[in-house]
Design a protein around this ligand. Sequence first.
Ligand code: 8YV
Length: 347
Amino acid sequence: DEAKAAGAIDLKIWKDAERPADRDWLLRSVEGADAVLVMMSDKVDAELLDRAGPSLKIVSCMSVGYDHVDTAELKRRGIRLGHTPDVLNAAVADLVLLLILSTTRLLPNAKRTVDEGRWPQTPWAPLSFAGPSLQGKTIGFVGFGAIAQSTLLRLLPLGPTRYIYLNSSPQPFDLDNPKFAALKAGGLERLLPAYEAVQGSRISIENARDLEDLSRQSDVIVVLASLNAKTKHLIDGRCFDHMKPTAHLVNAARGPLVDTSALVSALQQGKMAGAGLDVLEGEPVIGASHPLLSDESIRDKVCLLPHMGSATLEARRGMSELAAANVLHQLGFAHLVEGRGSRLVQL
Ligand code: 8YV
């Protein structure tokens, strides 16, 4: 506001917070811009960068993921990229927990039974709506960045005794390695012995050998990796072949990390027990005709959410402030956001 009042900035703002920016509006609005601040739904490609022209210095994303941005083009043109890590860790980790519990405790089936008025006709039986507890179980993380580590910290009181993870390169577990900073900052050193004492068993955190190893051992696989050419369909048919028939899959990262048709077949064939997905290939247009919802034999095994991992008011405010701070830092207005750092990506 200050910079605008001083006549130092001209802002073009898409004002509808409920709907993504219209592409034509975006292409018109970026002409001659010094910075563009985009949502995950705004594709930043060569066409948009051409329209912006040589004045463009930074593309700032209001998201931690930036698979909607052509990073090679940005690098080639010397344009910086900003994103919003960390401010959303708690919100996404909360949602992952919600998905793990929803899918293991059969929430879709239970809720549909009540919502559709079938409860009175459903006689109580010892195994009605009974799903597995997390106590003594193994959780496998595909992608073990700050969000996955925040999820692990939230899972500790629920009783899993083994956590295994995979990153883009092998990384033995070592709390002094900055790669595990979110676990250290969350107090793992103190929490681990406390929960071991409460549960009366050791809790281990280990680097899985590979995806096959992780798939074979996990009771819940949590996908929190970034999407790129190497990770598309990382969770595929082979992975489902190795899973325990009682295992669940949760994806709160990007839809294309999971091969949806392989997932549908795995659920149909009973190769796994269920899936909780905040993201889906082809989102946002998922309807009742989607294969995960149209097949009655698997419909109750999946909990689908509309990509809302970061959707707490606090996280969204933090994301918007950081996305704006990234722009202001890059354009030489850092003094306007004193005390607020910037998060630029090394391209
Ligand atoms: C969404 C996310 O971007 O930050 C990310 O990468 O996937 C989420 O935070 C956000 O929910 C939608 O704008």
